[in-house]
Design a protein around this ligand. Sequence first.
Ligand code: ADP
Ligand code: MG
Length: 240
Amino acid sequence: MISFQQVDKHYGDFHVLKQIDLQINPGEVVVIIGPSGSGKSTLLRCINRLETISGGELTVNEVAVNDKKTDINKLRRNIGMVFQHFNLYPHKKVIDNITLAPMKVLGISKQEAEQTANYYLEKVGIADKAESYPSHLSGGQQQRVAIARGLAMKPQIMLFDEPTSALDPEMVGEVLDVMKALAHEGMTMVVVTHEMGFAREVADRVVFMDKGQILEVATPEEFFSSPREERARLFLHRVL
Ligand code: ADP
Ligand code: MG
């Protein structure tokens, strides 16, 4: 579903992604871990072309992401993204945050968009917050709104970039639980996180990155019990 072949990316002179090879299958949950600055966010952002690659081949559903002929809006419609800092519209109610894109981009009616929004709000456990403004919600609730907003576009792929890193510890679990449920329903997910418990429990495969390279791809069982790479071992020592 997502395929990186020898992908390189530079920021000016800085070589941020080096010869990335990675294939992600439909329904798979891939967790990307690695030290800060290793290129995890950049890799994720290349998938929906928030960043452009400078070499190699990157395809989503066999469509070349960086081809000039590719309809970028169509590609993005199919890929939900959840960020560390929620990125909700502060002046819009929760329900309006969620219905905006489906109405504008998919062209569905307000009534249908609200029905869908309420369905996903229910799913993430905050049906009662539809009429609230984001600032009146806890961080965990805001992040669940952001997930519901992503899902309301009915994407095939969900990308998560450290979705729990900005949350108070007591709210991490409620967001991870929503992500877990999504994984069990068969959503294709690429998740950058420092939550090793989530990686261990939910990931089909763990990708370890350091300094712009993928150093190891393994099942969580393999990775957490006996990482092959010295740098992965050192990283695990620090975070576990
Ligand atoms: P991670 O998510 O693993 O912390 P990032 O992908 O955010 O890593 O960043 C990788 C490296 O690229 C870092 O050294 C960062 O400073 C650099 N970088 C990120 N975005 C930009 C940018 N827009 N311009 C220049 N350098 C960047
Ligand atoms: Mg990052």
